[in-house]
Design a protein around this ligand. Structure first.
Ligand SMILES: Nc1nc2c(ncn2[C@@H]2O[C@H](COP(=O)(O)OP(=O)(O)OP(=O)(O)O)[C@@H](O)[C@H]2O)c(=O)[nH]1
Ligand SMILES: [Mg+2]
Length: 382
C-alpha cells in the first residue's frame, strides 16, 4: 500500500477518535446533572438520643435551602390572587343538616315538647353530642320562656345566640415565645391532617415574613418526610429530617439547633400519627416535648389535630392526648366535607380546649383562624 495513503488513514482515524471521545465525555458530564448543594449535617451531641442507638444517626438533609416559587405569569396577564376561603361556603353540609331540622320546626304551629325534642335530635345528628345538645336546648328553652317566644320560627335566632355564647370563651391566639424560636408541636391520630395543617401555617407564616423550620419528626411512615419536604419547597420553609426509622427525638433536637443557628422565628414539629391508646407512643410524644423544653419557653403551642369527620370519636382522642402532652389548642380539620361540624361545640363544652384553627380544604390556603361569631353565623341560615 502507498505509504502516504497509510499515514493519511492513520491521521484520519486519530482525529475521529479524539472528536468522538470529546463528544462522549461532554454527554456523560451533562447526564450526571448539576452538582447539588453541599448538605451539612448539624452537630448533635450524643445525649440528644439518650446514648445514641444504631438507628439514631440522622442522615440530615438539613439545611434544604428554602425555595422561592415564582408564579409563572403570561406577560400582560394578571396573577391569580388566591382569595381567603370563606368558612360559610365550606360549612354547607353541617348548615344544611341543621337547616333541614329548622324547616320542620318552623312549620309547626306552636312551641311544645315535641319542638324541643326535634331541636335536640338535630343537634345530636350534627355531632354536637348528647350532653352539649341538652345543655343548648335548655338554654334556648329558658330564653324562649323568659322572652315569651311562641313562634317556632324565632327559635333558630335564639339557638344561634346560645351557640355564639357557648363558643365565646377561650384563648384562640397561637402564642409566640419571648425570644426566637417559637415552637408549635402537632399531635394526633393517623391521617387527621397534621402535615397539611403544618403546610398551611408555614405558608401563612412565611408569607408574613417569618423564617420557618419544619421538623419532620414523623420518621415512622415511609413517605412522611418527603411529603413535608414537598410542602417546605412550596412554602419556602426549611426542612430538617432524619432517615426512615430514625429517632424522632434526634430530628427535633437538630431542628432546634438549626433554628437557633439561623435565628429562625418558628419551628413546626410534625409528629407521626398515633393511636391515643398506645402507651409507648404517647410516652414518645412526652419525650419529644421534653427535648423542645430544653429551650425554656420556646414551646408555646401543642396543637391537637382532630378530623371533624370522625365526630364524637375525636373527643375521646382529645382527652387522652391532653393528658399526655398538655394540649394548648385544637386544630379541627376537614370541616368542609362533613355534616358533623357540631363537634366544635362538644370540644369547647366538654373539654374546654379552645379550637384555634379550622381546616376547610386540602390546599395550603384552606385554613381559617377560629372565630366563634363567624362560626355561629356560618352554621345558620342568613
Ligand atoms: N377536605 C379536607 N381534607 C384535608 C384537610 N386537611 C387535610 N386533609 C387531607 O387529609 C389527608 C391526610 O392529611 P395529612 O396531613 O397527611 O394527615 P396526617 O395527620 O399528617 O397523617 P399521618 O401523618 O399519616 O398521621 C390528606 O389527603 C389531606 O389532603 C381539610 O381541612 N379538608
Ligand atoms: Mg403526617
Amino acid at each position: 500500500m502507498n505509504p502516504v495513503l497509510v499515514v493519511t488513514l492513520i491521521l484520519a482515524l486519530a482525529v475521529l477518535l479524539i472528536v468522538g471521545g470529546l463528544v462522549l465525555s461532554r454527554r456523560s458530564a451533562r447526564d450526571a446533572g448539576p452538582i447539588g448543594p453541599t448538605v451539612e449535617a448539624p452537630h448533635r451531641p450524643p445525649e440528644a438520643t439518650g446514648g445514641g442507638t444504631a438507628v439514631a444517626e440522622p442522615a440530615v438533609a438539613d439545611p434544604v435551602a428554602p425555595t422561592t416559587v415564582e408564579p409563572v405569569v403570561e406577560p400582560g396577564v394578571e396573577p391569580v390572587v388566591e382569595e381567603r376561603p370563606r368558612l360559610r361556603d365550606r360549612l354547607g353540609r353541617t348548615r344544611a343538616a341543621l337547616a333541614g331540622a329548622f324547616t320542620g320546626i318552623a312549620g309547626r304551629s306552636t312551641v311544645d315538647d315535641e319542638t324541643w325534642e326535634e331541636l335536640e335530635e338535630a343537634l345530636i345528628l350534627a355531632d354536637v353530642g348528647v350532653s352539649t345538645a341538652t345543655r343548648l336546648v335548655e338554654a334556648v328553652r329558658d330564653r324562649a320562656k323568659a322572652e315569651r317566644v311562641t313562634d317556632p320560627g324565632a327559635l333558630e335566632g335564639l339557638l344561634r345566640a346560645e351557640v355564639a355564647a357557648l363558643l365565646a370563651p377561650g384563648d384562640r391566639t397561637l402564642h409566640r415565645a419571648p425570644v426566637k424560636p417559637t415552637v408549635w408541636m402537632f399531635v394526633g391520630v393517623n391521617g387527621v391532617g397534621k402535615t397539611t395543617t403544618i403546610a398551611k401555617l408555614a405558608q401563612r407564616e412565611v408569607g408574613d415574613g417569618n423564617k420557618v423550620v419544619l421538623a419532620a419528626a414523623d420518621t415512622f411512615r415511609a413517605a412522611a418526610a418527603e411529603q413535608l419536604g414537598t410542602w417546605a419547597e412550596r412554602t419556602g420553609a426549611w426542612l430538617v429530617r432524619g432517615q426512615e426509622g430514625a429517632d424522632p427525638g434526634s430530628v427535633v433536637f437538630d431542628a432546634m439547633a438549626s433554628a437557633q443557628t439561623r435565628e429562625s422565628d418558628l419551628v413546626l414539629v410534625d409528629t407521626a400519627g398515633r393511636l391515643h391508646t398506645k402507651v409507648n407512643l404517647m410516652e414518645e410524644l412526652k419525650k419529644l416535648r421534653r427535648i423542645v423544653d430544653r429551650t425554656p419557653d420556646a414551646l408555646t403551642e401543642v396543637l391537637l389535630v382532630i378530623d371533624a369527620t370522625t365526630g364524637q370519636n375525636g373527643l375521646t382522642q382529645a382527652r387522652e392526648f391532653a393528658q399526655a402532652v398538655e394540649v394548648t389548642g385544637v386544630v379541627l380539620t376537614k370541616l368542609d366535607g362533613t355534616a358533623k361540624g357540631g363537634i366544635v361545640l362538644a370540644i369547647q363544652a366538654e373539654l374546654g380546649i379552645p379550637v384555634k384553627v379550622v381546616g376547610i380544604g386540602e390546599g395550603a390556603a384552606d385554613m381559617v383562624p377560629f372565630d366563634p361569631e363567624e362560626f355561629a353565623a356560618a352554621l345558620f341560615g342568613d
